[in-house]
Design a protein around this ligand. Structure first.
Ligand SMILES: *Cc1c(COP(=O)(O)O)cnc(C)c1O
Length: 345
């Protein structure tokens, strides 16, 4: 039997309907600006995010790398939340590609205006690194898929701009944030100079992210994408999947959130398991095992024996992520399997 794969929302496979649309996409050479499907996707996403222009990217990591490169000079300091993708999972890219150093604001992943202000060290002298960019992650993965409170987002970006800094949003799960809040993605993106979103996570595309912002910055992003080796040719086959996903896979994200909630509810209260239900706002469930419990690797191996895949996430935590390739019934079953494994000790 195929396992119920809750390791990540990147595990989704393109549906038959999506593949059909991809196969019949109208294409051209995107380096000549002649791929009509890429052009349509870029225009659609720019409009959706309320920005002048957007650019198709092969991955979220490249979107982040281009975003930071675009908005900084070597030697700058950028402010990020604790345990963000930019710092943990991009292979040192911000240092290697943009030559910037990072300062962490707050401890939770999301942070407040005053935590941001504490992290801004530049006071005008030449000894300190210029703090030129603030980067937010929304939703915040390692924080449990939490939505960055929008009043803090607005206050942080206002303050950053008043200091002459710029702002960047790693919004790979921005559609999840929108589904979990009363805001549109355009509202969530509005405070930022540059914003990225992923098509290859909750939206179910095989490949692709988008970066969006002012037209002049996107023209420069186009050059950086080329320099990073991310310029593509008949990418319309991939862009077609993105257009399909925006039509069919956005409103259903609420189902993923409900499924994550039911898994969290099922395992909350099991002895030895700590889970902060306040952090279960979207499609990610992170729970902590106390010292008397087996290691996360042991728990995930036992769940795997029963056909449920979850990720050992840190030395004491496990992560489960819901997505469009797992049904509600499968999530109910997976929650029961996890509960059984956790109760066995
Ligand atoms: C997955 C992810 C990325 C990177 O996206 P890839 O397409 O896997 O390179 C960046 N930021 C966050 C918050 C992510 O979850």
């Amino acid at each position: 039997m195929t396992p119920i794969d809750l390791r990540s929302d990147t595990m989704t496979k393109p549906s038959l309907a999506m593949r059909r649309i991809m196969a019949s996409a109208e294409v051209g050479d995107d380096q000549y600006g002649e791929d009509p499907t890429v052009n349509a996707l870029q225009e659609r996403v720019a409009n959706l995010l309320g920005k002048e222009a957007s650019l198709f990217m092969p991955s979220g990591t490249m979107a982040n790398q281009v975003g930071v490169k675009l908005l900084t000079q070597p030697g700058d300091e950028i402010i990020v939340g604790n345990r963000v993708h930019l710092a943990l999972y991009e292979s040192g890219g911000t240092a290697a590609n943009a030559g910037v150093q990072m300062m962490v604001a707050g401890t939770k992943g999301t942070f407040t205006l005053s935590e941001f202000q504490l992290a801004c060290r530049y006071i005008g002298d030449d000894a300190r690194p210029p703090t030129t960019l603030v980067c937010l992650e929304n939703t915040h993965n390692r924080g449990g898929g939490v939505v960055f409170p929008q009043h803090e987002v607005a206050a942080i970006c206002d303050d950053a701009h008043a200091r002459g800094m710029r702002s960047y949003l790693d919004g790979m799960r921005l559609f999840n944030a929108a589904a979990a809040s009363n805001h549109s993605v355009a509202e969530l993106a509005a405070p930022f100079d540059v914003v990225s979103i992923a098509l290859s996570k909750g939206l179910g595309c095989p490949i692709g992210s988008m970066i969006a912002g002012p037209r002049d910055l996107m023209a420069r992003a186009h050059r950086h994408r080329r320099r990073f080796g991310g310029a593509m040719r008949q990418a319309g086959m991939l862009a077609a999947a993105g257009l399909y996903a925006l039509d069919h896979n956005v409103t259903r994200l609420a189902d993923d959130h409900a499924n994550a909630w039911l898994i969290a509810q099922r395992i909350a209260g099991i002895k030895g398991v700590e889970i902060d239900l306040d952090t279960v706002q979207t499609n990610i469930v992170i729970f902590r095992l106390d010292d008397a419990m087996p290691a996360p690797e042991v728990i995930s191996a036992r769940a795997k024996e029963q056909g449920v895949l979850v990720s050992p996430f840190s030395t004491r935590t496990v992560r489960a992520v819901t997505h469009l390739d797992v049904t509600r019934d499968q999530c109910v079953h997976a929650a029961n399997v996890l509960a059984q494994v956790l109760e066995r000790r």
